[in-house]
Design a protein around this ligand. Sequence first.
Ligand code: SF4
Length: 356
Amino acid sequence: MRPIIVPFFISHQGCPHQCIFCDQTRIAGAAGELPDHEAIRSRIAAYRGTAGGNAVEVAFFGGSFTALSLVDQERLLGPLQSLRERGEVSGIRISTRPDAVDGERLAWLRRMGVYTVELGIQSMDDRVLSRAGRGHTAAQVVSACRLVKDAGMVLGAQLMPGLPGDTPATSLASLREVLALDPDFFRIYPTLVIAGTRLAELYRVGEYIPLSPADAVSLCKELLKTAFRAGVPVVRIGLQPTAELESEGGVVAGPYHPAFRQLVEGELCLDLTRKLATDLPRGSDVTIFCAPSRVADVAGQRRGNLETLRREGINVASIIADPAIPRQELRVEAGSVSRRGNLFTITSIGETHLVN
Ligand code: SF4
């Protein structure tokens, strides 16, 4: 059973930097103070009430946890200790900057129950990091990742394709360099131009052009496939929608979509269907079998995949949800031919001829 995550957004607290893309207020959806003891306990109690027996984990997202003062870090983790002892909280996650961790701090965090550290890496290209105003280098990322792994903790890696100076090639190279550091999971956030940031100003004067939605989807497909082949899950693609992001003018430009991941996985389904339907007689009716949770991806948003395939001469007569099919596979049947394929390698992994 997957744990229930109790999120606390600690906003810009603790961060002395000003990355050009960052307005933590809008991204995290909260501008306020750090949550106090009572707020932490009552939110956990509320989540536990609906957890239905699942384990409950606490996550401090946003900001840079380890750049907070020690007093503040203790103030946030302290109320969780008795809950951990009683088994009411099974683990704690934090996110932070690569240059804000050291071995001593990580050892203390572990003792306090933190077992997952997500690093805001964004890029492994020093020129991209510099132009983004990150204030750290790729070498510091390497060192931080090693420290987290050496501390026996789970390492999450956040990447941000599409920053100024970034290209699809440097994005892919960044992901590969991080893969060499043995991350346990990725989050991929295509760069958005958020109101009130320096990036918005660069965009306004024509010095920054964000990825188009189509290019962002295409790049994220490649990143997702590369991570999948390396056996590392991508747990999120695209920022979580917040009221601030969805408000008028909140996102000035860039590939924002509240269901961005579905766009990416929908295109993977389209690519694989095309591949599996190659050399079928044009115009023959095709049936696609997929895991039940894949049906919407196969159809595409507003059934766009089916329309695209139809224009290409592939008539999808039906999509059949089949619980026996793994989520990463599709099966395509047309006439007497049945082909299976993998979404993350876009390859056929088997063909059978049906006997009527
Ligand atoms: S380090 Fe994180 S919190 Fe600080 S400015 Fe950059 S993105 Fe924002």
